[in-house]
Design a protein around this ligand. Structure first.
Ligand code: C5P
Length: 212
């Protein structure tokens, strides 16, 4: 099977030396890519900047901004049977890129930000993707209901939610505890190594695909 995975943060440039980003390490997405490649699936890994080595045997598409990630997903998604969106895409980017380094002036500086496209939310309506669609939800409160809202709005078959207010799991950690939110049920997978969770997620994704 062909599996498209997005991973890592995006980086939204402000001027030649500065950018806006977030704390995503890319570990979860890369662990899924590793696990899937070991199972002989074809992997298209579309990744923002991370410190992680590129897994062997994957088609690696490096991107920086949300706009670049959007274009890469649009180009490749219909080659995939399953798409897993583990990237932490910046919701907003600077309204303008300044060609020259922004100089210090007053005591405050106001930045104008504009909304980035919702890549996962574009898969069904804009890219006409009909395969199995899996999203992530990093939440700090109302984890299940927020994740269920995303499942419905973005046309996903499964949303994998985690509580990013906990210091022991999630962003930049090697461990995670996840809530699997399906259309008709919810299931908790207790705290485990991301590599172990990656196997579980891959297994669920292929089962969902077979039964769809
Ligand atoms: O809406 P929210 O950002 O919480 O949704 C998270 C899910 O949507 C993740 O799977 C993330 O990869 C995806 N996403 C995206 N493009 C965005 C924002 C989020 O693909 N602009």
């Amino acid at each position: 099977m062909t599996i498209l995975i997005t991973a890592g943060p995006t980086r939204e440039p402000l001027d030649p030396v500065r950018y806006l980003t977030n704390r995503s390490s890319g570990k979860m997405g890369y662990a899924i890519a590793d696990s899937a490649a070991a199972h002989q699936h074809r992997i298209i890994l579309i990744s923002g900047p991370t410190e992680i080595e590129i897994p062997d045997g994957v088609d690696f598409i490096p991107v920086e901004t949300a706009a670049e990630m959007y274009a890469a997903v649009e180009k490749y998604i219909n080659k995939a049977d399953i798409a897993i969106f583990a990237a932490a895409v910046a919701d907003y980017r600077p309204a303008e890129f300044q060609d020259q380094k922004i100089k210090k002036h007053g005591d405050t500086l106001t930045l104008e930000l504009v909304k980035n496209p919702d890549i996962l939310g574009s898969c069904r309506d804009k890219f006409h993707f009909t395969g199995t669609l899996i999203g992530f939800a990093a939440e700090t409160q109302n984890v299940e209901s927020n994740a269920r809202g995303k499942l419905e709005r973005k046309g996903c078959d499964l949303v994998i939610a985690n509580d990013v207010s906990r210091a022991d799991i999630g962003f930049d950690s090697n461990e995670n505890e996840i809530l699997l939110v399906y259309k008709d049920q919810t299931e908790l997978i207790e705290k485990a190594q991301k590599s172990h969770l990656a196997h579980i997620i891959l297994d669920l994704a292929t089962k969902l695909h077979r039964t769809s």
